[in-house]
Design a protein around this ligand. Structure first.
Ligand code: MG
Length: 336
């Protein structure tokens, strides 16, 4: 019997497409908003402003310790929507499939996506599938768009970071990036590496409830902590001063970074949060994060200064001080 694989027919919009949608997608992702499978979903408009974000996931390999492309495609977009202080509600999902893909692999990815969406409290309300010929894509690419609602009076953004603010992170840096790099490099490391891929909407909601004056939330994904802080500093027209020793890095990540000459501050995270908070809310924010399952290793890592605008300084562990610049170039493509 021929192996059950994706054929070009599955993307043609005919009978095979319908069967694939029913068998793989509707079965796992279905809900009353998606189930009509009409040209568009119809949603009630919530009161307040919307936060919308879109991201395309091309991670290689598809499965890795701590997650897979399906859960990552949910977490990545849910987190971006939540970073503006929104409660994520809806996702759309677009799939690009390579001809010849094992249907069982796709089913595993979609099941993981469904579980992640459920855990994050979001519903997939619209979707699309295209199939391209062998070699024209690599197995599965997924685009997700997220929609969330921002409660009345809430204002969170990079432009609000202000001199005197404290800079916090919710946990260790570099876990996702180093895990993918090690897998891709075929490194057989005894280090217990695992992606930190996780939905941050729950922790953010607790954080903003307890600390309503938080200025900025950002997830340090591609380019890592260093690049994201540079972006915040440039947007807000402020400087930042970080204490290297205060920045949490896991032992396994540190070991691999030393081995490969990598800097964990430039590696991607997929379940971590940067918080810029006014000084009176720094300690309370730290407490909320540390009490949360995803923030046990949260830390205050620095402060916002006035000038020079856009500059991030790092007080190094050996007592020096250097400029922490943005990531130059791409260390490794297809990390997310
Ligand atoms: Mg982001």
């Amino acid at each position: 019997m021929a192996k059950d694989t994706i054929l070009l027919d599955h993307g043609a919009g005919g009978r095979a497409s319908h069967q694939l949608v029913q068998r793989v997608f509707a079965r796992r992702l279905g809900n009353e908003l998606l189930d009509p499978l009409d040209d568009a979903a119809v949603l009630a408009a919530p009161a307040g402003r919307l936060s919308v974000s879109t991201d395309t996931f091309v991670v290689d390999p598809l499965f890795f310790p701590g997650g897979d492309i399906g859960s990552l495609a949910v977490h990545g977009t849910v987190n971006d929507v939540a970073m503006r202080g929104a409660r994520p509600l809806y996702l759309t999902a677009g799939f690009v499939l390579e001809e010849g893909l094992d249907v069982a692999v796709l089913e595993r990815v979609v099941a993981s996506m469904a579980a992640a969406a459920k855990a994050c409290g979001v519903r997939v309300v619209a979707g699309d599938t295209k199939v391209v010929g062998r070699g024209q894509a690599d197995k599965v690419f997924i685009n997700t768009t997220g929609i969330g609602v921002i409660p009345e009076g809430r204002e969170v953004g990079a432009h609000l970071a202000a001199p005197g603010d404290k800079v916090l992170v919710s946990g260790t840096m570099g876990d996702h990036g180093v895990t993918i790099m090690a897998l891709r490099g075929g490194l057989n490391l005894e280090a217990n590496l695992q992606s930190d891929s996780a939905g941050l909407q729950g922790m953010i909601s607790e954080l903003l409830e307890a600390c309503p004056n938080i200025h900025t939330l950002r997830d340090p994904t591609r380019g890592g902590l260093a690049t994201t802080l540079n972006e915040i500093a440039a947007t807000a027209g402020v400087s930042m001063e970080l204490d290297e020793e205060a920045i949490p890095v896991g032992e396994g990540v540190r070991g691999v970074c030393e081995l490969l000459g990598l800097d964990p501050l430039y590696l991607a995270n997929e379940g971590k949060l940067i918080v810029v908070a006014p000084p009176q809310e720094a300690e309370p924010a730290l407490e909320v994060m540390r009490a949360h399952a995803l923030g046990a290793q949260a830390a205050i890592i620095g402060a916002v200064g006035e000038s020079p605008a856009g500059r991030v300084w790092l007080q190094t562990a050996v007592g020096g001080r250097r400029i922490l610049d943005m990531l130059a170039g791409e260390a490794l493509p297809r990390i997310c």
